[in-house]
Design a binder for this molecule. Structure first.
Ligand SMILES: Cc1cc2nc3c(=O)[nH]c(=O)nc-3n(C[C@H](O)[C@H](O)[C@H](O)COP(=O)(O)OP(=O)(O)OC[C@H]3O[C@@H](n4cnc5c(N)ncnc54)[C@H](O)[C@@H]3O)c2cc1C
Length: 398
């Protein structure tokens, strides 16, 4: 009789990246086990978590390929046609216009719980996937022959490859001894959705004020996703404000561009800690999603990188299977490490530099960011490079 706990790949974490990887392996003939701490009913109907995820053209294309796109609630889908970066009261803004990039829009924006729901729906009936929900990982190990995951209830799962997709604070990464560098920004981001009187014109704003940063991202209709970044010691105070006082404060900081504003969802705080694993793979072991790289959300790359990384790893594994290897093939893992790191490193370090520049209130930094914005507006090649990165137009529109 076949061993019911024998798989090819064991994924810990059924977040958007872990589920995305499982979907990318669909039809490969590989048996994938997914271990998740949450109950399956929560995966099927994830609660709103306040995050609205800005998606690149590449991610939209992958979500279409994975049959997730048409399952999204169309009434919640936003479109970012243009974007503006504002620096305090400076008249100079950095403008990103989709038309200039030859695209209809820079990106789309979708509530995170919608991504989680659709990622679950597309693997739910896959005979190649077995879910172990409401499960806690007790032990993990790999050796020359394969990988073993021990669950807290005593069950043991065996496979050829172990994947950690258990968030930026990955316990599996730590148990497997892969080191990660983390950068605590000492800040908290408060996210929510707000309805407003005036139309947003499908334009996203990133406003760098001296003590806090405000991002306003256009959702469907007269609703925007609001992201307030502020020093951690002020977050509690802002979370304690009444809904009306908070809404009035955001509207005032946005200088009334959207007219009166009202909260249309609860506020959710997230501490800002960026994490980069020193290696993305080990012996019969790989990291995907935030477990590999947990980005500061300001440049909206976390899920985008998680999805493209998951798809890349699946492509490498499929190639290894065709060569006669198994899912833990070392060439596949190093191919993933090399290519994903090449994409991740400039974005990770670039984002952290940008955050430091725009959250530093000392006069030299103020001057420098003023200059950066003016330069970005005037110097076309710099501006165009940023624009193409936002839209990945080379890859998907041209
Ligand atoms: C405020 C905010 C705004 C953001 N905006 C954007 C954006 O605009 N664009 C973008 O691309 N990205 C954005 N991101 C990033 C994006 O949300 C993350 O990159 C993405 O959710 C990571 O997915 P993941 O599957 O790697 O991890 P998670 O979403 O963290 O999922 C991890 C899963 O693993 C499970 N788990 C953890 N530990 C265990 C365990 N021991 N055993 C079993 N299961 C376990 C958890 O229950 C969870 O289901 C934003 C993030 C934040 C906080």
């Amino acid at each position: 009789m076949a061993d019911t706990n024998q798989f090819d790949i064991i994924v810990v974490g059924a977040g958007p990246a872990g589920l995305g990887f499982a979907r990318a392996m669909q039809g490969s003939g590989q048996r994938v086990a997914i271990v998740e701490r949450l109950a399956e009913s929560v995966l099927a109907n994830p609660p709103e978590d306040g995050r609205d995820i800005a998606l690149t053209h590449s991610s939209e294309a992958l979500m279409r390929e994975f049959d997730m796109w048409d399952r999204l609630d169309a009434t919640r889908l936003g479109m970012i046609r243009d974007a503006k970066v504002l620096n305090g009261a400076s008249p100079f803004a950095l403008n990103f216009e989709s038309q200039k990039a030859g695209a209809a829009y820079l990106g789309r924006i979708v509530p995170n719980h919608e991504i989680r729901r659709t990622a679950y729906e597309v693997i739910r009936d896959d005979p190649g996937v077995t879910l172990f929900c409401a499960a806690e990982v007790a032990s993990v190990a790999t050796d020359a022959g394969g990988a073993t995951v021990g669950l807290a209830d005593g069950r043991r799962l065996h496979g050829k490859l172990l994947i950690a997709a258990d968030s930026r604070f990955s316990g599996v990464r730590r148990k497997m001894g892969l080191a990660a560098d983390s950068l605590d920004f000492g800040r908290v981001v408060i996210v929510c959705e707000m309805a407003h009187d005036l139309p947003h014109g499908d334009t996203a704003y990133e406003c760098f004020h001296y003590d806090q940063t405000l991002a306003i991202l256009p959702m469907a209709g007269h609703v925007s996703s609001v992201v307030v970044t502020l020093p951690a010691d002020r977050a509690e105070q802002v979370m304690a404000m009444s809904d009306d006082a908070f809404a009035a404060d955001v509207a005032a900081r946005f200088e009334g561009r959207l007219g009166a504003m009202r909260l249309s969802s609860p506020r959710h705080p997230y501490p800002l800690v960026a994490v980069l694993a020193r290696r993305f793979v080990g012996h019969r072991f790989a990291l995907v999603g935030d477990a590999a790289v947990g980005m500061h959300p300001v440049t909206a790359h976390g899920y985008n990188l998680g999805l493209s990384g998951a798809s890349l790893l699946a492509t490498e594994i499929r190639a290894a299977l065709e060569r006669g290897g198994d899912a833990g093939d070392i060439r596949a893992l190093t191919g993933y490490e090399r290519a994903h790191r090449r994409t991740v490193l400039p974005l990770y370090h670039g984002t952290n530099t940008l955050v430091r520049l725009f959250t530093d209130d000392r006069p030299p930094a103020r001057l420098l960011r003023g200059a950066a914005l003016r330069l970005g507006t005037v110097v076309k090649p710099v501006h165009n490079r940023i624009l193409h990165k936002l839209t990945d137009i080379e890859a998907h529109v041209r």
